[in-house]
Design a protein around this ligand. Structure first.
Ligand code: PMP
Length: 367
């Protein structure tokens, strides 16, 4: 009965052209979040291999039992130092971190204010907490201020630094000022910001110091897992009460070691950070020069607007046949009429690959 219902839902998605294809794909990768190319770096591989040799492949136990190793401890300390916080902790994924932070901090009678484009993990954390929730228009500080001024329930404001569909950056300074003025707690999900925006690619925390910073390690850091930074009190509280931390197997230590190696590269202002910036500028220059419709994004996420689901899917297929993998973001994930290719740039791309991609989009006659 339950599985039949799921199957009916899938059939409906097929009719609406919204069923996702899960398959192995080959080609030049303009679809992943490995913005600095760190997932292929020898430094990360060496760290992970050495830690597999010393600790094995598994996480073995939860943090509070036996799962917490010196690799998790070192990674937490490195994160606190690099992002400028008193303390930090390691969650097994960004999804678990967002769910854990929000559901632990908030309860019935509290309130969470979400940017309308927030990631599912932030929304799900709010739903799990039982708190009231409202969504303000995307990056609209005036509406956020209005919501903040209307009630004095304990409030968490949850935003992303860089939004994953448009690649635009939040108005961090103004949002922090509003939270401070109205006594709200600010959570910034820096999943797509670290490695990309801020001084030496260090993300949102070089512009502001949100009360809580979440850094997913599976994007520019090229690894897996997530870091949560904040005060000593916050981290002690989450370590004891967050159910997505306490009741799950710890991230395997080899993965923590790989993330440590990635933070060390960030700390050393590795040349990949500048290469990514120059690839972003090159892409924008060439795409605008060929008349493609871009968003006002200066991050690694660069949408090319197509504006129709069928043309979009044909274009993505055409590109794949030519050896380029891109994200195709259809309605209803984005508003009808704003269907787009999502190009994810990386320091691992060459200028020639970027030029070839753009000329294939142009040559397709689908845009
Ligand atoms: N936040 C944002 C903004 C994300 O894009 C993602 C990943 N899609 C997550 C959180 C979840 O991170 P993870 O993949 O590590 O669970």
């Amino acid at each position: 009965m339950l599985i039949d219902r799921l199957t009916a839902r899938l059939k409906l998605a097929e009719q609406e052209n919204a069923k996702r294809q899960i398959r192995v794909r080959h080609g030049v990768d303009f679809a992943s979040n490995d913005y600095l190319g760190f997932s292929q770096r020898e430094e990360l591989k060496r760290a992970a291999k050495a830690t597999i040799d010393s600790h094995g492949v598994g996480g073995r136990a939860s943090h509070l039992v036996m799962g917490h190793t010196q690799h998790h401890e070192l990674l937490s300390q490195q994160a606190a130092e690099l992002f400028g916080y008193e303390a930090a902790m390691v969650f097994s994924s960004g999804y678990a971190a967002n769910l854990g932070i929000i559901a632990t901090l908030l309860t019935k009678g509290d309130r969470v204010l979400h940017d309308r484009l927030n990631h599912a993990s932030l929304l799900d954390g709010g739903a799990l907490s039982g708190a009231n929730f409202r969504r303000f228009r995307h990056n609209d500080v005036a509406q956020l201020r209005d919501f903040l001024s209307r009630s004095n329930e304990p409030t968490l404001v949850a935003i992303e630094s860089v939004y994953s569909m448009d690649g635009d950056v939040a108005d961090l300074v103004e949002i922090q000022a509003a939270c401070q003025e109205f006594g709200a707690t600010l959570l910034v999900d820096d999943a797509h910001g670290v490695g990309v925006i801020g001084h030496h690619g260090r993300g949102a925390s070089t512009a502001i110091k949100p009360d809580i910073l979440m850094v997913a390690c599976g994007k520019a850091l090229g690894s897996y897992g997530a870091l949560v930074c904040g005060s000593k009190e916050l981290i002690a509280g989450l370590s004891n009460f967050s159910r997505t931390y306490v009741y799950t197997t710890a991230l395997p230590p080899a993965q923590a070691a790989a993330s440590s190696a990635a933070l060390a590269l960030l700390q050393a202002n590795d040349s990949a950070i500048a290469t990514l910036q120059s690839n972003i500028a090159h892409f924008r220059y060439c795409a605008e020069d060929s008349g493609l419709l871009l968003s006002a994004s200066h991050s690694a996420i660069q949408p090319i607007h197509v504006g129709d689901n069928t043309r979009l899917m044909n274009l993505a297929e055409h590109l794949e046949a030519k050896g380029f993998l891109v994200g195709a973001i259809r309605a209803p994930t984005v508003a009808k009429g704003s269907e787009r290719l999502r190009i994810s740039l990386s320091a691992a791309h060459t200028p020639a690959q970027i030029e070839q991609l753009i000329s294939e989009v142009r040559r397709s006659d689908l845009i």
